[in-house]
Design a protein around this ligand. Structure first.
Ligand SMILES: NC(=O)C1=CN([C@@H]2O[C@H](COP(=O)(O)OP(=O)(O)OC[C@H]3O[C@@H](n4cnc5c(N)ncnc54)[C@H](OP(=O)(O)O)[C@@H]3O)[C@@H](O)[C@H]2O)C=CC1
Ligand SMILES: Nc1nc(O)c(N)c(N[C@@H]2O[C@H](COP(=O)(O)O)[C@@H](O)[C@H]2O)n1
Length: 219
């Protein structure tokens, strides 16, 4: 499996404010680049924190891109994947609207009646990990289900979890013209943070876009 992380951060490295509400950091050209990345992926993944904060659709906006996927024999939209150890995803979340296959990655601690509720809502549930989703095992199971190209859109907790398990191949970061600030505002990589063996990706590209810049890193 090839894992590509994409996120938009402020000048000071924040994904959102301390209120954890969705903030448009990208401009129109960057959102269009992200739409193409989604269209090129078999699945788009977020953590449950992003589901609760943003209620995203994670689908492809551009009709021509959806049609091109269909021409290639793929579903119009990539699958959606949510890392959600104990199932905090609400049953009426947009990712369960049936516009794409949705996988819920859960831990063994997920309540069975919640699993049933999610399956009734159309989700495909994969469980691994005692208290928290075991990302290495669940991503391997996704690969077994035909997900070769996985795009991850955040947030910072999930991105750190993937970096910690050395599961990230590429990272695109759009840095947009906003200063958000705040010690409790989410950053690109949160979690516990590294204290040694820091990942050291190589810079593979720099592109000026809208009023910001896209950095492309390879691990
Ligand atoms: N600017 C941008 O590009 C983006 C911004 N955002 C913003 O980020 C914020 C949300 O980010 P954040 O709160 O970090 O949420 P995340 O989307 O990263 O979700 C984090 C949650 O995922 C669950 N999870 C399950 N397994 C793991 C694992 N192995 N490692 C890490 N997490 C795991 C955890 O909940 P549990 O323990 O219950 O499973 C964890 O709390 C919002 O404000 C949103 O608007 C989000 C995406 C992109
Ligand atoms: N690329 C990008 N730029 C920003 O400025 C953002 N705030 C985000 N957020 C991500 O996009 C998701 C919204 O998806 P839908 O449009 O609802 O499909 C959101 O959940 C974040 O992952 N991304």
């Amino acid at each position: 499996m090839h894992v590509v992380v994409n996120a938009a951060m402020s000048v000071d490295g924040k994904l959102s404010s301390r209120r954890r509400e969705q903030i448009a950091i990208s401009g129109p050209d960057d959102f269009d680049r992200v739409d193409q990345l989604r269209a090129d992926s078999d699945a788009v993944m977020v953590g449950v924190g992003t589901i609760l904060a943003d209620d995203p659709s994670l689908t492809v906006d551009d009709a021509d891109r959806r049609a091109a996927r269909a021409d290639r024999g793929k579903p119009e939209n990539p699958a959606r994947v949510v890392a959600d150890s104990r199932i905090r995803t609400p049953p009426d979340a947009t990712v369960l609207d049936g516009r794409a296959q949705t996988y819920l990655l859960v831990s063994e601690a997920a309540p069975p009646d919640f699993i049933e509720e999610m399956e009734d809502a159309g989700a495909y549930v994969i469980a691994a990990g005692q208290d928290r989703v075991d990302l290495t095992t669940t991503l391997a199971k996704l690969e077994g289900d035909g997900i070769d190209q996985l795009m991850v859109e955040g947030g910072g907790e999930l991105i750190f979890g993937l970096l910690e398990e050395a599961l990230v191949d590429e990272l695109f970061v759009y840095i947009g013209p906003k200063v958000i600030g705040g010690r409790d505002a989410p950053t690109l990589a949160d979690g516990d943070g590294f204290i040694e063996d820091f990942p050291e990706p190589e810079l593979a590209g720099v592109e000026r876009l809208d009023d910001g810049v896209v950095l492309h890193w390879q691990f």
